[in-house]
Design a protein around this ligand. Sequence first.
Ligand code: ADP
Length: 400
Amino acid sequence: MKSTNQNNLLDRYRQLVEISRDLASTLELNELLNRIVHLACDLSQSEAASILLYDELKKQLYFQAATNLDEPLMRGLIVPVENSIAGWIVKNREPLIIFDAQQDERHFNEVQKITHFKTESLLGVPLITKGKIIGVLEALNKRDGVFNQLDQELLIALGAQAAVAIENTRLFQQSDLIAEMVHELRTPLTSLNNAARLILQDELPPEIRKKMAELITSESKRLDELSSAYLDFARLESGRVQFIAEKFDLGELVRECAAILDNNLRENNLELLIHLPNKPLIITADRDKIKQVILNLLHNAIKYNRPGGKITISAKKRGIHLIFRVLDNGYGIPPDDINRIFSKFFRSKSSPDFIPGTGLGLAISKRIVESHRGQIRVFSRQGKGSLFTVLLPLKSREGN
Ligand code: ADP
C-alpha cells in the first residue's frame, strides 16, 4: 500500500500531466497566465503565485498575473532586474528557494507597499523557451512547512510548459493583430495612392486638384490617428500597460475634459451641460487613463451629433461605485450595431460618412474601464441619441 506521501506525490504529477492539455486550450494571453498562476499555486501548495514577464528591451520585469492580488494595481507593476529576487532569477536563469524573503536583501519591497501582501517564503523559476528568458513564475508562502526540492521540480516542469504556451499565444496574438492592422491600412493607402496618381495628371482642373490635395491631407491624418490609436490598443491588449492608481476628484477631471473640447463644442454649435454633486467625487484609479475614456466618450458625443445638439455629462456616487454618464441627442446607433460598438475597428455604417474616426476609441475605453474592474454600457435610439454609462469602483482595491 502506498503511503499518503506517495499518493500526494502521484496526485501532483497527475495534475502536471493534465496541465499541458489545459494550457493548449486557450490562445488568450491573460486567460492563459491566470490559469498558470492558479496551477502554480495548487501544485506548490502555496498561498499565492504570480507571473512576471521580462521586457528584454527595457531590461525590466513587470507583473502580469497573480492569484490573490488586485489586477489593476498589479498589472504592469515594474520590478527592476537589479535588486529583486525575480531579477536574480532572470540574470542567473536558475530556480530559487527563499525561506524568509523579508530577510533577503534582494527582496524588492515596493511591491509589498502597494499590494499589502507580505511575502514570507518564495519559490521562483525562470520561464525559458528556445533559450530565451521570457519571465519568472513565483509561488509565495508555502502553506505547510517549507518549499522543498519536489515543489521546485514541479514548478520547473510547469514553467517549461507555461513558457512555450505563453510564447505561442503571444505569436498568435501578434500575427492576428498585425493582420487586422494591415487590413485596416489598405483602404486609406489605396485612396492615398489613387489621389496621388490623379494629382499628377496635367489636364486635371484646379478645383479637382485642390480636392485631391485635401483628400491626401485628411487621409494621411487618419492614418496617423489610426497608428497611434492602434498602438494604444495593442499595448492595452498585450497587458504591458502600467496602471498607476492615484486619488483624484472625478468632477474636476470632467471639467478639465470639457475645457479641452470647448472649441470643438463651439465650432459645432453644441451645448454641454455638466451635472456634478457639490462635494468632490474622490476615486482611486489611473487618472490619465480615465481621462482618455471621458475624452473619447465626449468626443464621440460631439462627432456623432448635429449642429445645435445637446450633450449632458453627469457623475455621482452609487454605493461603492461611481457612475458617470455621457448623453447626447445625436445620430444614435441602430439596434443591429449596438452589440458590436465596443469591438475594435467597428464603425457603424449608419453614421454619416464624413465623420472621421478609427473605430478604436470605444474598444480602448472598454479595456481601460474593465482593467479598473468597471463596466461600460451603451443605450441608444437611432436618430434620437445615445447614452454611455461607466461604472467604476471608488477604490480599486479592497481595504484601501
Ligand atoms: P470612431 O469614433 O473613431 O469611429 P469609436 O470606437 O469611438 O470609433 O466608436 C465606434 C463607432 O460607434 C463609431 O464609428 C460610431 O459609429 C459609433 N458611435 C460611438 N459613439 C457614438 C455616439 N455618441 N453616437 C452615435 N454613434 C456613436
